[in-house]
Design a binder for this molecule. Structure first.
Ligand SMILES: Nc1nc2c(ncn2[C@@H]2O[C@H](COP(=O)(O)OP(=O)(O)OP(=O)(O)O)[C@@H](O)[C@H]2O)c(=O)[nH]1
Ligand SMILES: [Mg+2]
Length: 400
């Protein structure tokens, strides 16, 4: 799973990325600071099962802090996008190429309206961030349209001569963009167009179909950033009318907290509504930064919103659940004795065999049954997994 952090220049994408990954990247108050994309690992905040079983766990693929399990997620911090990018304006298609592999998008907007269309700073309240959502989705759809139109005549020809159907034909052109067949089928069902009449579709029909496909295949949350500045509150109300999940954020505040926690000045787990001072050896500048976080963000908004943004992508947009595979249901361990070593993110509705395949193809192929570690009950391959299940897979090959 890959998440793209996107938006116009200077909205705080790299600040978001750095606050989540703790990778130091260039952050400046000017457009096009990021040219080459940054990639890194961020974390989802979930409630670990260790407390349910009253065990001390030894995570391998994740981290557990006092019962909060942090599951790793790959993120890409993209270059800023300006109107006309699909035609090559600004850094142009470079941005669009970066989101090819993205399964979902975090659109960072300047909710204070303090950056113009090209990312130049301006007075808070000057710009309407709703426009940013409109233009950015337009750019993505135009980019898709450009890709499909290049082959449109060939697609139509193959459909006419019955060499391919519409779904397969579109899939063959779009699979490199992390667009699945099910996305295409769903988008076709949602359009009022009749797929059988594709030979009669005009440019508007194709544009409308791709707009729906984009929403399904590249679902998006809005990180309404810079909530520490004036005008953000009013603009967030406007953003909430668009139908996307909107999370008020202060990426700068999250970066301050994460860095202070890394330096052991404070105790703070991403997503917390506050922090505890750990050290008295704190400089006046650091204290001022923490006061800013407290007064302008935490006291007003309850959290910085950054962790919630990450979580909404997985649990609301992509409808994932967490599952803990183990080999020994008594000890809740793997074959080396490590307790609750891994947490897996799986699409809601997945069954036991699909989990086995996610762990290893061989395990899926040789699946016999699964065991629920809570009830010790045997589960068949069709058992639909629940969030926070702890599961042993028994296969013909022996162990997991
Ligand atoms: N007030 C405020 N400023 C922020 C916040 N997050 C980021 N900024 C500032 O916004 C400016 C741009 O931040 P970046 O993270 O470099 O923005 P970007 O979207 O990556 O910019 P490009 O790479 O140029 O597209 C910097 O001056 C940041 O300090 C925030 O939560 N509040
Ligand atoms: Mg940047």
């Amino acid at each position: 799973m890959l998440i793209g952090v996107i938006g116009k220049p200077n909205t705080g994408k790299s600040t978001f990325f750095s606050s989540v990954t703790l990778i130091p990247v260039s952050i400046q108050n000017r457009p096009f600071t990021t040219i080459k994309p940054n990639r890194g690992i961020g974390y989802l905040r979930t409630t670990c099962v260790c407390k349910d079983f009253n065990v001390q766990d030894d995570p391998i693929n994740s981290i557990c802090i006092s019962g909060v399990r942090l599951a790793p997620i790959e993120l890409i911090d993209c270059a800023g996008l300006v109107p006309g990018a699909w035609q090559g304006k600004g850094l142009g298609n470079m941005f669009l190429d970066e989101i090819r592999r993205a399964d979902a998008l975090i659109h960072v907007v300047d909710a204070a309206g303090a950056t113009d269309d090209n990312g130049r700073p301006c007075q808070p309240g000057t710009r309407n961030p709703v426009k940013d959502i409109e233009f950015l989705t337009y750019e993505i759809v135009m980019w898709l349209l450009q890709i499909v139109k290049k082959d449109w005549n060939t697609i139509l020809q193959r459909i006419k001569t019955k060499k391919e159907n519409l779904v397969d034909s579109l899939y063959n052109r779009l699979s490199g963009l992390a667009i699945r067949k099910t996305h295409i089928v769903q988008a076709l069902q949602k359009t009022r167009l009749e797929p059988e009449k594709v030979l009669d579709w005009n440019d508007d029909d194709l544009f409308n179909f791709l707009s729906i496909l984009q929403k399904i295949a590249k679902p998006m949350v809005i990180a309404a950033n810079k909530i520490d500045l004036p005008y953000a509150k009013d603009n967030i109300e406007r953003l909430q009318e668009l139908g996307y999940p909107v999370i008020p954020c202060s990426c700068e505040a999250e970066l301050i907290l994460r860095r202070a926690a890394k330096n052991e000045l404070i105790s703070y787990t991403p997503g917390d509504s506050g922090y505890t001072l750990l050290s008295s050896a704190i400089s006046e500048r650091q204290m001022q930064a923490l006061d800013f976080v407290n007064n302008k963000v935490l006291k007003i908004w309850g959290s910085t919103g950054v962790q919630e943004t990450m979580n909404q992508v997985f649990f609301k947009l992509l409808r994932m659940i967490t599952v803990y595979p183990v080999e020994n249901v008594e000890k809740l361990s793997d074959h080396k004795g490590q307790i609750l070593p891994d947490v897996y993110l799986v699409p809601s509705g997945s069954n036991a065999r699909q989990l086995a395949y996610l762990i290893h193809t061989e395990l899926g192929d040789s699946f016999i049954y699964a065991v629920d570690a809570r009830t010790k009950r045997r589960l068949g391959e069709d058992y639909v997994l629940n969030n926070r299940d702890v599961i042993k897979i028994v296969s013909a090959k022996g162990r997991v």
